[in-house]
Design a protein around this ligand. Structure first.
Ligand code: GFB
Length: 320
């Protein structure tokens, strides 16, 4: 076990993107630490270097979780390449540089499994990065996230900053985006199964062939892994954070339908992209450090559906 490299007690910890699904999970997890949690209100545009510098100069965080990003599912990534590349590059560069300027002791950059080549050997180890072409639908986001990793490595080399990177697999959980055009697959299927059940539909629509395989991790497990890495890990190499649990989109749709209680059939929309055929992460380096996920996919989906009904479902159904 690495010796502890960051002690949270008494520290000022900034969660960039605290209002998003990942950021809010990190805030929930940090509540168990003896630290002061800092958040910047939405008035601070993280794409604006002056605004970010000014905020850091007064907040002076000891640690930063970089969970702020422009995110979305396969359709959103494909439709808005400029936003996904520009916004994410600016946010990363501004936060990393502002943290350096105020001597932030530790920063954790959050990326995504889409940084790896489309045809990477599975499970995907960290050293597969940049060994082959990216998946076309999310290459823009992927390049921005690869730049984030390289930025942290460059600041380690030139400025001696203890900035690290974590690459999570596909995430889901409370606070997820349930908009059917811009969301990821799991929240979309929860909403579709729910609406089909309520409407008494005979079938629910699944994009693509249903053949691609995906690995999923509940966002509360990711948040726990981020706190673990901030405390225990200091190194240039990014670290994969996965559950090791993968299944096909068809199997996922069936599982979601069963949990939601939709008993109809699955219909497949072949006009929609499948995207990457498979992206199962090799998380053995993180496991060897002593971290493992605690939430099963089944329990996570059931909990997310309860959250959806409590807030998302009612609001979405009212809009019709
Ligand atoms: O989750 P998802 O949008 O993104 O799609 P990726 C995963 C798979 O689910 C694709 C299929 O094969 C989709 O065609 N799918 C089936 C659906 N039904 C649906 C649906 O109703 N909605 C959606 N969204 N998909 C993302 C990247 O790739 O992975 C992000 O675009 C990020 O940038 C994320 O990196 C982790 O898993 O293909």
């Amino acid at each position: 076990m690495n010796r502890p490299t960051f002690d949270f007690s008494g520290k000022r910890v900034y969660v960039a993107g605290h209002g998003g699904m990942v950021g809010s999970a990190i805030v929930r997890r940090l509540a168990r630490e003896d630290c002061e949690i800092l958040t910047a209100d939405r008035g601070v545009d993280l794409r604006d270097q002056q605004a970010v510098n000014a905020w850091f100069a007064q907040a002076r965080p000891d640690a930063v979780f970089m969970a702020a990003a422009r995110v979305g599912g396969i359709a959103a990534n494909d439709a808005y390449p400029a936003q996904f590349l520009y916004d994410n590059l600016m946010i990363e560069a501004n936060v990393v540089e502002a943290a350096r300027q105020v001597d932030t002791a530790k920063l954790l950059m959050l990326g995504s499994s889409c940084i790896y080549p489309r045809e990477a050997d599975q499970p995907i180890a960290e050293d597969a990065l940049l060994t082959g072409p990216l998946e076309a639908t999310n290459q823009w986001y992927a390049i921005a996230k690869i730049a984030g990793i390289r930025l942290c490595q460059a600041y380690r080399i030139e400025h001696g900053c203890d900035f690290i990177s974590a690459m999570p697999t596909n995430l889901f959980g409370p606070g997820d985006n349930f908009d059917l055009d811009t969301s990821h697959v799991l929240p979309a299927l929860i909403r579709k199964a729910h609406e089909a059940k309520v409407a008494g539909d005979e079938e629910m629509l699944v994009w693509g062939s249903g053949k691609p395989r995906r690995e999923f991790l509940h966002v509360d497990d990711l948040a726990d892994a981020c706190v673990f890495l901030m405390r225990e890990y200091s190194g240039a190499q990014h670290v994969n954070v996965g559950s090791g649990q993968e299944l096909s989109i068809t199997e996922l749709a069936r599982l979601v339908a069963d949990i939601v209680g939709f008993e109809g059939k699955l219909a497949f929309d072949s006009t929609r992209h499948d995207g990457t055929p498979r992206k199962l992460l090799d998380s053995s380096r993180l496991n060897a450090m002593g971290w493992r996920p605690a939430i099963t996919l089944e329990d996570g989906i059931a909990a997310t559906y309860r959250h959806f009904l409590k807030d998302g479902g009612r609001r979405v159904m009212l809009r019709g």
